[in-house]
Ligand binder design. Sequence first.
Ligand SMILES: Nc1nc2c(ncn2[C@@H]2O[C@H](COP(=O)(O)OP(=O)(O)OP(=O)(O)O)[C@@H](O)[C@H]2O)c(=O)[nH]1
Ligand SMILES: [K+]
Ligand SMILES: [Mg+2]
Length: 426
Amino acid sequence: MKRDTIFALSSGRPPAAISIIRVSGSAAHDAGARLAGKLPPPRSAAVRQLRSPASGEHLDDALILRFDAPVSSTGEDVVELHCHGGRAVVDAVLGALGEFEALRPANPGEFTRRAFEHGRIDLTEAEGLADLIEAETESQRKAAIGVAEGGLRRKVATWRDRLLALSAEAERAIDYVDEGDAEAAQLSSDCAALASELGEWLALPRVEPLKDGVRVVVAGPPNAGKSSLINAIAGEEKAIVTPVAGTTRDQIEVPLALSGVPILFTDTAGIREATDEVESIGIDRARKASAASDILLWLGEAPESPKHGTIVLIHSKADLADRADAPPGSIAVSALTGQGITDLLERVRMEALRMLPRADAIALNRRQANLIAEAEAALGRAAESNDPVLIAEDLRLARTAFDRLTGRAGVEDVLDALFGRFCLGK
Ligand SMILES: Nc1nc2c(ncn2[C@@H]2O[C@H](COP(=O)(O)OP(=O)(O)OP(=O)(O)O)[C@@H](O)[C@H]2O)c(=O)[nH]1
Ligand SMILES: [K+]
Ligand SMILES: [Mg+2]
């Protein structure tokens, strides 16, 4: 028999006041009844003695809840046991469950995966749940809860409905080639309108800076004082400082919260024509980090290559007599005296704040944004085309992108990675 009914401790590590053990699958009710006697009616609770089905030994007194498929968290029959949270109690109950032929311990994330596979949640909600469980700050929690409770799923459903209507229009145009120009123009403008709505969503702040911190990269020529500045910001000696140009090679990352705004500062190698191989690898990385930064703190004159995003020019070593005059538009700082550091951090905080999602907003992650960008591109092509066959094909591509977004189609590759993020028992 397939051991497709799973169980796990779903609450935190014992000892605790109460531990919650969940059982999900076709054998859950049978196992629950053999452990606890008669189960309560669906979606209600009862207090029962738990007894070992093998020996009849009294294991614990527990609160039992019963849910019937398909209206349960996993979409399957579920039993929840709220036991006393001692280590030995939990071990004894888990041991008793393991004795059932049809039951096996769950893998991490397996309850949530089943909820997804049974259509109780879509992929965006599963991603939101993973973010919610991992959330460490209030703003991370706020961003995750909206997605976890279906905010993005509902949005995508409305886009998909509009897309289906457009597809029907395009199919009709294929069948009746002599359709009027007015209909064709309407179809084009409807495609363009949906594309531009997707574009507006893509322009909104994303979830990554909230989770990983806004990436603030300190870069500039050698000996400009980059590592000294990082140390002054961190308040400790994170990076090596010497008078030798080319000291820093490896990137040094300093995560910091500026009044609740998460920032990841990165110190980089001074950028110049490298004199040795190790340094040139460091410089290569510095260039890449600068290009990928959200905010670039450039210690020097204008940075070597233009960059998208925000650049803040820093006039370092402002304590030195020959460095008294800062060029206009730059912030004068001294790592030595601390001059300008507070102003600099306030500027960084203000810039970073604009890159974070608003508290009540639905923020896209990279995977979701890439798929919405695919749909936007396909709709853009459809809006430009006069050939109904090509339009229909682009609309089909847009729909595939939406279906991968919500997990209706073509997502096997992301499932293991996503559900692997969950802890055991979730
Ligand atoms: N007077 C003064 N000296 C500074 C200041 N900041 C750094 N220095 C000195 O400048 C030299 C270079 O400082 P670093 O912080 O190593 O400069 P860097 O830009 O990280 O250098 P590389 O990693 O080699 O590219 C050291 O001798 C520092 O003591 C400052 O604010 N005032
Ligand atoms: K140096
Ligand atoms: Mg350095």
